[in-house]
Ligand binder design. Structure first.
Ligand code: PLP
Length: 482
């Protein structure tokens, strides 16, 4: 299997080549050159597999440059009951017949990003070991992504993580989760600024190509193909739990931000998994809902991006969306480049031609909806009162939209993307009580913390990285004259 760019560059690359990379050189995103097809007989055979073995089967269709035994070992080391809490890994909770939650947030950081990031940690360690290389992952986080990356990379050989977070902006629980890690290869840099400052610093460091090369700077952001691929697996696992017969359709509702999670659902559907509808749920930051309603994709300015009580969906543009549009346009790289490079990167918007827009629900199954703070509160209450199940704010956005968009004949699976304990303030507001907390995390706020406060300054961050990479810094001071 080779990978190609959504913007039409001719070069085709192997999985291991793109594993450690972000964007394709032409600014596009990587996609497989075709989607392997899964028929009913294959579904039948896969239905009885463990999650790790199912992951291995699906990944094998997309990865042909890692020996099968090694890949199987990687999947089995990643998806264990010890890490994800149950033997099913992503158990279904049935609220009522044909209405389910799929629990994706029982990993170490209690959000679904662990599903992909834990695999990425194993793949990175494997690939770097094979090449005899090291990698320094630099990122900015306001919560879920950074902690998922740190818990995936902690203790991994050949990898260090430098994670920037804004001073005093994360919840006490999120800070405790990240800062309590004592692993030598994890570096928490608390920036005296806001999240945008953190992001700007990451960009500035990555744009210094000499520094980037010398210090082997990499990222783990949501456009990474391996992350998306890992997420395809739980659409199959959810399907098998919600159906008894292969071929029976189901629908999924996905609380969406950067369009990574639901894009994995799109890939599963393109492979032939019988998905009737992919329901895209947004919060007040409704870039995607606007697109699915109108055919116009319009990115927002930071001033127009709202801070909400489902913060992991607070996005101004959806960084994986280009992948879907490429498929929608018949995989025409020139047209995709015209929309994203010329239009979006120009005046921040495009509108699809009516005949293309008509295909979005008809041929690709996408519909959408939007949820607000008041909807979240009402949905958290409804779910708790009616079903006795406590859900987090992001899952509540999903459930709210799922109930509007559901066809009673077709099982609906709502992806649970985080646990309520991460968003305690809104749970208290909705239910007047504290969220349940997994026993392992009792008292985490009191654990010793390990972090360094730095000014919102690019040089200060570079200096910190250089100081902590002695094997790469040797001779730098002399070469630059001190
Ligand atoms: C990241 C995240 C989302 C959004 O997922 P995308 O892949 O960016 O669409 C939703 N909910 C939670 C809890 C998240 O952490």
């Amino acid at each position: 299997m080779k990978y190609i760019s959504t913007r039409g560059a001719a070069e085709r690359r192997g999985f291991s080549e793109i594993l450690l990379e972000g964007l394709a050189p032409d600014g596009g995103l990587y996609l497989p050159e075709r989607y392997p097809q899964v028929d009913t007989a294959t579904l039948k055979a896969w239905r009885r597999l463990s999650y790790a073995d199912l992951a291995f089967q699906i990944l094998s269709l997309y990865i042909d440059d890692i020996p099968a035994d090694d890949l199987h070992g990687i999947c089995r080391r990643t998806y264990t009951e010890a890490v994800f809490g149950t033997p099913q890994i992503v158990p279904l909770k049935t609220l009522q017949p044909k209405l389910h939650l799929e629990a994706l947030s029982n990993g170490p950081t209690l959000a679904f990003k662990d599903m992909a990031m834990q695999l990425l940690g194993q793949l990175f360690e494997y690939e770097l070991g094979r090449r005899g290389q090291t990698l320094n992952i630099l990122g900015a986080t306001s919560g879920d992504t950074g902690s998922a990356a740190e818990y995936a990379m902690r203790g991994k050989r050949g990898v260090r993580v430098f994670m920037l977070s804004p001073h005093g902006r994360m919840s006490p629980f999120q800070q405790a989760q990240m800062f309590s890690l004592q692993d030598e290869n994890i570096h928490n840099l608390v920036v005296q600024g806001v999240f945008d400052d953190c992001q700007d610093i990451v960009k500035a460091v990555s744009n210094d190509l000499a520094f980037k090369r010398r210090y082997r700077i990499g990222t783990v952001n949501s456009i990474n193909w391996a992350r998306l691929l890992a997420q395809v697996v739980y659409y199959f696992a959810g399907y098998f739990q919600a159906t008894e017969e292969d071929g029976q359709p189901v629908s999924f509702t996905v609380p969406s931000g950067n369009f990574g999670n639901i894009c994995a659902g799109h890939v599963a559907r393109m492979m032939g998994l019988p998905i009737a509808r992919l329901v895209c749920a947004t919060n007040e930051n409704d870039v995607l809902d606007e697109f699915f309603r109108t055919g116009t994709y319009r990115v927002r300015a930071s001033a127009e991006t709202h801070e909400t009580s489902s913060p992991s969906m607070d996005i101004s543009k959806a960084s994986n969306f280009e992948r879907f549009v490429y498929d929608l346009l018949g995989r025409d790289g020139q047209r995709t480049a015209a929309l994203f490079r010329d239009a979006v990167e120009g005046d921040g918007r495009f509108t699809l031609a009516p005949e293309d827009f008509a295909r979005v629900p008809r041929d690709f199954g996408f519909v959408s909806g939007r949820s607000t703070h008041a909807d979240r509160l009402a949905t958290i209450r409804h779910c708790f009162d009616r079903y006795g199940v406590m859900i987090d704010t992001h899952t509540a956005d999903g459930l709210k939209v799922a109930l509007e968009r559901r066809d009673p004949q077709v099982p609906m699976i709502v992806l649970e993307t985080a646990l309520p304990v991460k968003f305690a303030a809104t749970i208290r507001e909705a239910l007047g009580r504290e969220p349940d907390r997994p026993a392992a995390l009792d008292g985490i706020e009191a654990a010793p913390k390990r972090f360094t406060v730095v000014p919102a300054d690019v040089q200060a961050v570079k200096d910190h990285i250089a100081r902590h990479c002695p094997e790469l810094s040797a001779g730098v001071a002399a070469a630059s004259g001190g």
